[in-house]
Write a protein that binds this ligand. Structure first.
Ligand code: GLC
Length: 541
């Protein structure tokens, strides 16, 4: 039995099943493949796996379009495999967190197939419809993956609402029967022994299309509290809400310590910092370190005692952090990947590792013909049609495309990186020959071994969980330095975010403080940092 709030000390590892490990040579990762890598994950020291959707799905959006919430997609295996995964992971003290995509289903879900048949069908109201008035779209709302957010169905002479792809009709949470169905699904999985849920775009479920509201609809928190009570309440599970819209105020509701909603929020304010404000994610702006600090400082201090953060740089929707805010050249890749881990792992919250991040995997620079992601492909077509320059579009895709994170896991230096014996569904990144788990396992200075060490440290000192955060250099554009003050210990983290050498650290580290981890092999200097150098000190008060 795990202790209450166990997730505050936990490290969560995210698996994108399609790209993790293929056991049967069809080029697609599967559940048996994941089982075969549990020892690797145990050795890394993680406590839970967030498993991206493995449910039955036509895969229009790689599983985020579910056609049966209580069955496994045959390409990943079957229910027996899933039960075995839950059991074998548990034997290693690793829990399985399922990805619940409850804002929308697939258009091939039996509910939607029924819903389309007639307005009187019981399932019609499981979705969000508006009447056809003279062939006009109900309004001008756009879908995240391009085009209008409304699609016409002649059989019922109505439009249905979809915030994402046409194949992802939005579910109507205003219908209590629909909500009950969703709770039944969650309870089905709780009984199977999962340790928690990640809720996909959960802040968007209480949409109000007539008011052009997607996130934070008026009924949102009522629905979430109801879901909590009817499913996981009091069961000591970990729950995390993906909330692009969260502010520190709404996050205090989403992750209220009274346990009425979720354990924690997964919010993106820091991730949006290198995008031109008000524009799309494809419109790039450089990152300013002081802006990053401002955002981090706000979340670290305002949620203290009032909520709980997720700590992450990466997931399956985001480019690789080492290629983004680190430096993926041969010279600086390892050191900058370790620096980025250090800055995050000293903070308060629950860290997430996205598969391959622990190896310092990089963006992939795929040709457009190798890209598979619906978002990227739709954007490419749309922007070319609008007359954008193809090179600019490819620059955006290389910087931001979701396929960057989805290239297969790099296990070793054999063909296709040991991911599959077949033809991989998405091209393996060419750099697998020198970036792979097998080599990093035995290299004491690898990114992988650095992650293992950081995870051990987090488990050793309570200050990681409880310490009060103070930014020590809020106006410095090169060095990020902060402190966490705990009852017994003070942790100080100092990181050089640049590739410059001899960068001065304008704080003094007391002599009695012990350097507990650093990303350079030799001790170095407290006062002058080398490129991307990061140092963590611990003091006893
Ligand atoms: C979330 C998922 C993303 C998916 C979208 C629609 O943002 O992380 O992969 O495409 O929701 O379900």
């Amino acid at each position: 039995m795990r202790k209450t709030d166990w997730w505050k000390d936990a490290v969560i590892y995210q698996i994108y099943p399609k790209s993790f490990c293929d056991s049967d040579g069809d080029g697609i990762g599967d559940i048996k493949g994941i089982i075969s890598k549990l020892d690797y994950l145990e050795k890394l020291g993680i406590d839970a796996i967030w498993l991206c959707p493995i449910f039955k799905s036509p895969q229009a959006d790689n599983g985020y379009d579910i056609s049966d919430y209580t069955d496994i997609d045959p390409m990943f295996g079957d229910m027996a495999d899933m039960e075995k995964l839950i059991k074998e992971a548990k034997e290693r003290n690793i829990g399985i967190i399922l990805d619940m995509v409850l804002n929308h289903s697939s258009d091939e879900h039996p509910w939607f197939k029924e819903a389309k048949k007639s307005r009187d069908n019981k399932f019609h109201d499981y979705y969000v419809w508006r009447d056809n008035k003279d062939g006009q779209l109900p309004n001008d709302m756009r879908a995240t993956f391009g085009g209008p957010a409304w699609t016409y169905v002649p059989e019922v002479d109505r439009f249905y609402f979809h915030q994402f792809a046409i194949a992802q009709p939005d579910l109507n949470w205003d219908n209590p029967e629909l909500r009950e169905e969703l709770y039944r699904i969650m309870n089905f999985w709780i009984e199977k022994g999962v340790c928690g849920f990640r809720f996909d775009v959960i802040d968007q479920v209480a949409k109000e299309p007539d008011n052009k509201v997607t996130a934070n609809g008026a009924n949102l928190h009522d629905y979430l509290r109801e879901m909590n009570l009817k499913t996981f309440h009091g069961k000591n599970l970990v729950t995390v809400g993906e909330t692009w819209s969260a502010t520190t105020d709404t996050a205090k509701l989403f992750s209220n310590p009274d346990g009425s909603e979720f354990s924690m929020v997964f919010q993106f304010e820091h991730i949006l910092l290198d995008q031109i404000p008000g524009k799309e994610k494809w419109d790039l702006a450089p990152l300013k370190l002081t802006e990053l600090k401002k955002v981090m400082n706000k979340w670290q201090t305002e949620l203290y005692g009032k909520g709980w953060n997720s700590l992450f740089w990466n997931n399956h929707d985001l480019p690789r952090i080492v290629s983004r805010w680190g430096n993926d050249s041969d010279e600086f890749r390892e050191v900058s990947a370790k620096m980025l881990a250090t800055i995050l792992y000293g903070m308060q919250g629950t860290p997430y590792i996205y598969q391959g991040e622990e190896l310092g995997m990089t963006n992939a620079d795929l040709d457009i013909k190798d890209c598979k992601d619906i978002e990227t492909l739709n954007m490419y077509a749309e922007r070319l049609e609008k007359g954008y320059d193809v090179e600019d579009v490819m620059t955006s895709i290389h910087a931001r495309g979701r396929d960057n994170a989805r290239t297969p896991m790099q296990w070793n230096d054999t063909e296709n990186s040991g991911f599959t014996t077949g033809e991989p569904w998405l091209k393996v990144n060419d750099n697998y020959k020198h970036i792979n788990a097998l080599d990093e396992d035995v290299d004491q200075n690898s990114v992988l071994n650095y992650y293992r060490a950081l995870i051990k440290l987090r488990k050793k000192y309570d200050v990681f969980k409880d310490g009060r955060y103070v930014d020590l250099l809020p106006t410095d554009e090169r060095v990020y330095a902060y402190e966490r003050k705990g009852e017994k210990y003070t942790l100080t983290v100092v990181c050089n975010f640049t590739k410059e050498n001899d960068v001065p650290v304008n704080i003094s580290i007391p002599d009695k403080d012990k350097l507990i981890i650093s990303n350079y092999c030799d001790a170095g200097d407290d006062k002058l940092l080398r490129p991307f150098e990061s140092r963590m000190y611990m003091s006893i008060m």
